[in-house]
Design a binder for this molecule. Structure first.
Ligand code: NDP
Length: 277
């Protein structure tokens, strides 16, 4: 059988788990598809994407640092992607238009709500970091109707500007770390990439209550620095971002193939795999 071609574009891309995840989904749903990880040169996104679709490719995932290039590349955008101004999924639609979507936020919300049983409605939410990942998750998070979202970032102006783009969807503000002093949060989401260097942004433990949930978008073999910080300060629940990773992939798979794969077993095997690695 001829297999439909899919890929993930990024740089670096070597450690991407997406090929394993999509191979598991394809096997589970009996789909004839191949999915490769492709390292694209910086500045070479359009050329590589044009070639991929010209050669018969059906869909792409896009990761760092090309999500904004993909946003510009798409011929049509979902509402959440146009809000995010970042695209992580491209799909060749039936009419030949390449559609852009962003499944990061749906993935995060589905992991929190369906897998972990966390209810976002009415919560005081803190997001640490204001990069591409946060851009992608704000619309779906605000649709869950939290009491409010505060974004804090090392570069305060980025958090301020990002929050300002979403104020019509709910109570949201942003700025520097000083804003969290003397505040408490029910849900703390770490979306800073400091953990990649084994660090975590410095935060007072007074922001946590005994009911606080802590979500690190990062995932690694070991508990991340942010997870260790949260556990040390007795957060009620702590998780890494493997569930988000698998759920955003499942949403991309649904866009491409119209089928919803079962995710629990894939989350468990990725988690087992990262721990064994
Ligand atoms: P970006 O590079 O776009 O943003 C990085 C963010 O981290 C910025 O807000 C930056 O602050 C902040 N930051 C970096 N280093 C430090 C530091 N030493 N101290 C404090 N803040 C720091 O990355 P993304 O938004 O794309 O990704 C963020 C994280 O989320 C990554 O760890 C990534 O792996 C993870 N992720 C997980 C996904 C999943 O499915 N689980 C999906 C997407 C991302 P500043 O603006 O000041 O530079």
């Amino acid at each position: 059988t001829v297999k439909d071609k899919y890929a993930v574009f990024g740089n670096p891309i070597k450690h991407s788990k997406s090929p394993i995840i999509h191979a598991a989904f394809a096997a589970q749903c009996a789909q004839a598809m191949q999915y490769r990880a492709v390292r694209v040169d910086l500045g070479g996104f359009d050329r590589a994407a044009n070639k991929f679709f010209a050669d018969g490719g059906k869909g792409l995932n896009i990761t760092l640092p090309f999500k904004e290039d993909a946003f510009r590349f798409a011929g049509r955008l979902s509402e959440r992607a146009s809000r995010a101004r970042a695209v992580n999924t491209l799909n060749l639609a039936a009419d030949g238009v390449i559609e852009g979507d962003n499944t990061d936020g749906v993935g995060l919300v589905r992991d929190m709500v369906a897998n972990l049983g966390w209810v976002v409605r009415g919560l005081r939410v803190l997001i640490i970091g204001a990069g591409g990942a946060v851009r992608g998750v704000l619309e779906p998070l605000l649709r869950e109707r939290p009491e409010g979202i505060l974004i804090v970032n090392r570069t305060a102006s980025r958090a301020e500007q990002l929050a300002a783009e979403f104020t019509d969807l709910g109570a949201i503000s942003g700025g520097g770390y000083e804003l969290i002093e003397e505040c408490q949060f029910d849900l703390v989401i770490n979306a800073s990439s400091a953990g990649l260097e084994g660090e975590t942004p410095e935060m007072p433990s007074s922001i946590l209550t005994e009911r606080s949930c802590c979500y690190d978008m990062l995932y690694a073999a070991e508990p991340t620095p942010f997870m260790r910080w949260a556990a040390h300060h007795a957060a009620w629940a702590v998780t890494d971002g493997v569930g988000m990773l698998v759920e955003q992939a499942a949403q991309s798979f649904y866009i491409w193939r119209g089928l919803r794969p079962e995710t629990q077993s894939v989350i468990a095997s990725i988690r087992g795999g990262t721990q064994a690695a």
